[in-house]
Design a binder for this molecule. Structure first.
Ligand code: DSN
Length: 440
């Protein structure tokens, strides 16, 4: 016999989001449209993925109702017995997954995680050495338009020049070393948003040690690859590792920080009360689900396939006449230089054309791009999402040919409609939510 009322939480959890949102058809219809868009077009944005229904269910749970300022065992509100267990579970799963001593799972985003790491490691006005945004870095690595660029004195390194054989456009470690010796930063940051090659944490550690700097690794992009052993782990090498949970790691939208026990208190205080208020315990529950999923052997196979698919896509695009920055990819993403394919084609136009053809990606500056950031000469593509949907190497060839067809015939609406139809057929074969639970 059950004592739950028909509208109690148990009942709500048993229903689909669409059923529940019958009371708000405006929002229900928007969610259904977005679900349809994600499932009928190709998702090639390198920072996106399809979470499991279990991750989504935890993120849509009753924990959204709970205030839990503080940390497990030290909260400023009552009623946190369950929230404490949820957050402890997420922390334990994160430390086990990555082999870290301490995890803070409260950052609402990668940007919050990075700011928290800076607050734990340096003082306003201190010098930080990080990668230039237009060479593959991130806004929070000191862009003048980010609060990070206003609070700290950033000095930037970049990549080596492009070479015809593809051996260039690698992080310029000689430049990192020279700048570190000249500028004496308190902190060196490794980590990128648009870099297709492996980043060696040990090389940065050595430079940081030479100049007495701390070392932070922003693993937002490769976190899932690191968890699966498909990218060298910065854990135990860097003083602090920040990451997002929604990219290759395939969890809910959010951030996290890993560190040794020595910096645990500084990191925790930086996030709360330093930067944030109440943690999102529903999202923390979803992070816990994702950490457990990423610990399974199936996830290791997934991450290996993500990389194999990225290599296959890069090779197929090269065959279509595109230049791949840095000559290819070691990870889940690639930067496509459009100029060899068509000197007139900008990243902005390519992104818009591909949107019309049902291929979702983002324009991106390539290293030393002659065009401004809003226009660009490149596209960034990633394979994390469509690998989740089940695609493998043969589908990467189909994607490259669809993408090239759309861009070659970009003035021809009938041809774009035909590509869109072929994209929809491909997506029907590889539906990430085959039982229709995209919003539940
Ligand atoms: N917006 C993320 C990305 O696309 O890589 C970085 O914050």
């Amino acid at each position: 016999m059950t004592t739950a009322s028909p509208d109690g939480p148990e009942r709500l959890l048993a229903r689909t989001v669409s059923d529940i949102l019958a009371s708000d058809p405006d929002v229900r219809d928007l969610l259904e449209r977005e679900s349809g868009r994600q499932r009928s077009t190709l998702q090639l944005i390198a920072s996106e993925n399809f979470t499991s229904p279990a991750v989504m269910a935890a993120g849509a749970s009753v924990l959204t109702n709970k205030y839990s300022e503080g940390y497990p065992g030290r909260r400023y509100y009552g009623g946190n017995a369950v929230a404490d267990e949820v957050e402890s579970l997420a922390r334990n799963r994160a430390t086990t997954l990555f082999g870290a001593e301490h995890a803070n799972v409260q950052p609402h985003s990668g940007a919050s995680a990075n700011l928290g790491a800076y607050m734990a490691l340096v003082e306003p006005g201190d010098t930080i050495l990080a990668m230039r945004l237009d060479q593959g870095g991130h806004l929070t690595h000191g862009s003048p338009v980010s609060i990070t660029g206003k609070l700290y004195r950033f000095v930037a390194y970049g990549v080596t020049p492009a070479t015809p054989d593809g051996s260039g456009e690698r992080i310029d470690l000689d430049q990192v070393r020279d700048l570190a010796k000249r500028e004496r930063p308190r902190l060196i940051v490794a980590g990128t948003t648009a870099y297709s090659r492996t980043i060696e944490p040990a090389a940065f550690r050595e430079i940081a040690d030479d100049v007495g700097a701390r070392f932070m690794f922003d693993a937002a992009h490769p976190a899932g690859l690191i968890a699966a052993g498909e990218h060298p782990s910065p854990v135990g090498v860097a003083d602090i590792v920040t990451f997002t949970t929604h990219k290759t790691l395939r969890g809910p939208r959010g951030g996290a920080i890993l560190t040794g026990g020595d910096l645990a208190k500084a990191v925790d205080s930086a996030i709360f009360p330093g930067l944030q208020g109440g943690p999102l315990e529903h999202i923390i529950a979803a992070k816990a689900v994702a950490f457990a999923e990423a610990a399974r052997p199936k996830f290791r196979a997934y991450a290996a396939q993500v990389r194999a698919n990225a290599s296959a896509l890069a090779a197929a695009l090269t065959g279509e006449g595109f230049r791949i920055v840095a000559g290819g990819t070691d990870n889940h993403l690639m930067l496509v230089d459009l100029r060899d394919f068509d000197a007139e084609l900008t990243g902005k136009v390519a992104q818009e054309v591909l949107d019309r053809a049902g291929i979702t990606c983002n324009r991106n500056q390539i290293p030393d791009d002659p065009r401004p950031p809003f226009v660009t000469s490149g596209l960034r593509l990633g394979t994390a999402a469509e690998t989740t949907a089940g695609m493998r190497e043969p589908e990467m060839g189909r994607i490259a040919s669809l993408l090239a067809r759309a861009l070659r015939h970009r003035e021809d609406e009938a041809e774009l409609a035909s590509v869109r139809g072929d994209v929809a057929d491909l997506c029907r074969e590889f539906d990430p939510y085959p039982d229709g639970r995209a919003v539940s």
